[in-house]
Design a binder for this molecule. Sequence first.
Ligand code: ZN
Length: 469
Amino acid sequence: MMKILIKNAKAIVTCNDSDQVLFDSDILLNGKEIEAIGHDLSADGAKVIDAHKMFVYPGLINTHHHFLQAFTRSIPQLQQATLFDWLIFMYEVWTLVDPEHVYYSSLVGMSELVKYGCTTAFDHHFCFPQGVDKVLIDRQMTAAEQVGIRYHAGRSCFTLTHKDGGLPPDVLGETVDEFIKDCDRLIDTYHEYDRFGMKRVVVAPCSPFSVTDDTITEAVKLARSKKVRMHSHLAEAPDETVYMRDRHNMTSLEWAQKLGFIGPDIWYAHGICFSDDEVRILGETQTGVAHCPVSNMKTCAGFMKLPLMKKYDVPVGLAVDGYGAQDGSNLLGEIRMAYLMHRMNANHQEAPSGYECLKLATRGSARVLGRDDVGSLEVGKAADLFMIDVDRLEYAGGLLDPGAFPAVVGYNRPVEMTIINGKIVWENGVLHGIDEEAVKAKANEIAKRVYSSGVYARETARMDKKYAK
Ligand SMILES: [Zn+2]
């Protein structure tokens, strides 16, 4: 495998246990792995990269997303909608989803992540319309391979639909058996258990208001027998709290606990509506949470109790959430959002620092995904990193604290280079794995198809009526 020698980096933010930042230093990548970090490194035959203008960071890790929403975002009628109104609209439009939609929306989402320094992505794909070939996760795996991103595919489902009191329409429903069998197939086909594995599978029922209790218990049984991780939305917004009280007379976490869906091999998305005592339980059980600041703000869901989660040592990672709730796929920008958001709801000492927000997206996210091979720049860790050129007029005087730089100064543009698994996948504005122009044309064509469909026209008219002033 090729060696890459990154020379004279202006700063290397390692995110290691000692939180070391190294100045004017080198990193030697040997194939998938970091071989050395230090001064005056050399390696015969290595590709040498001059990094004297660069800050170098561990690759970012995204812990919650819905790529399929790339072609259902920024919809005017939904910008003021509640979570449940938004979902009910979306479910109808997602009945149009097919393998091509999933493949191209995944290419769009993965590419944007990579452009902004993300090297490991998780996606939560829940939409399997009846009659559509169940190759949707398979198409995502192909997309990930082409883009070159390290990919954790969440196989989700809807097993509680309209007819049984769930939120999604019946046409998106699957049986528990269909769901479990497909998870089993995907794990056997794709899950790479070994260190530096590029493809992993997560058993990921969608949410408390769209899956049955036995979906959860069967998911736990399968995932633990196969030694893979589990995921779901939980305690996302006040709408869910009301639904769970009315349907189950319990909170979302009480429901999860009752079904055994809690523990160190599980992480929940959002986790807004937990009580203080429930946050303590998350810490005790080492159950993780994917924090999605932009989504939480945009959907008026509220503040995740990040300072309390830190106190109880809850594993927390950072995430962009799906396009529908975020409209973008930029995890680098999310670091600054996390930093600023908690300044509004906590005192100066309790709110996370800029560097702590970077660590949410690196070490924190790695912990949430159950990986100890990514998330920091150390010898023996994966060769996953990104570099930014800070030798620009706008950053003059702002370079004192490289660890805090993305959060505090707010670097929010495509990075100079992203390396994943020892390969340069994004460099000087070029994605090496795909033909960006061709993908863009096809993606726009699919989005146009969605927005000119009858179901879209029907749902936008319904929302116009509902929210008419
Ligand atoms: Zn989500």
